[in-house]
Design a protein around this ligand. Sequence first.
Ligand code: SAM
Length: 303
Amino acid sequence: MFSYRHAYHAGNHADVLKHFIQVQLHQYMNQKDTAYTYIDTHSGAGVYALDSAQASRSGEFEDGIARLWNRDDLPPALAEYVDVVRALNPSGKLRYYPGSPYVAEQVARPEDRLRLFELHPSDIKILVDNFRKLEAHQAEQGERARGRRVLIDYKDGFQGLKALLPPPSRRALVLIDPPYEVKLDYKHVRDALEEALKRFPGGMYAVWYPVLQRMESRQFADRLKRLPAKEWLHVTLTVATPGPDGTGLHSSGMFILNPPYTLEPTLRQVLPYLVQVLGQDGGATFRIERGTQVTGAMAAAGP
Ligand code: SAM
């Protein structure tokens, strides 16, 4: 059950798409004074060493973050994400990659809360340890202790989410990012969102998923579109033509319920650039579509 380790995939093209969008979602949430709760149902280890045996064995980051690292023509919104990675690599050499909990820690404000769930017995320890080190470093730098800003739970994230909604401040950003190694994860995500929307219809929910040939993946976005959210935004990034054997991850998607109105124009600026820089062959492309519950209207666009 616990064969998935994100360390093999950290910083790949799918992480670039996910974490670039995560930064944008935090920045939108940061615009209002009221504090919010960030909930990460599937946190992973928080920070990844790209020279670890796992990351260097797969080398996936080479076709992801490494392709952006030395670019001097990044679109501004993408530069904001790369800056978060840079903050973790002050020497200028790309050695560490931030997972979603670290991205949240960096971009959310001191008054916002982070609620992190992880169920892998090794990754939960690494996650706790990474946050301990981070807090020690912040204390050394003379930063004020942030109290119980970050809570980490060794617990099923779908259950954890349910218990946290609605949040006290009535503002929440939720990231749902399971491994999808078991087909049931697709159903669990949909069910969790249905329940979450009942408890807290105004939350902002972001789901990452792999675009694969398997039926559950192909039907996934259509199922999410039928959830009773006021609005949704769906983006996919494909970096290569899938091979005939269907192995490897060439495409992934982010599905956002109640997205910020600013996100679609930002995606339209950044996705063509990502296709150009991360694309591996002529099959590289993107797709953006959105819809609203009120009109059922939908607009789709690719390059
Ligand atoms: N969100 C992370 C990031 O962007 O850096 C990556 C998460 S990784 C794709 C998925 C993680 O979910 C794995 O670390 C796995 O151990 C964990 N996991 C699997 N099932 C879980 C569950 N039911 N609840 C919480 N975590 C789970």
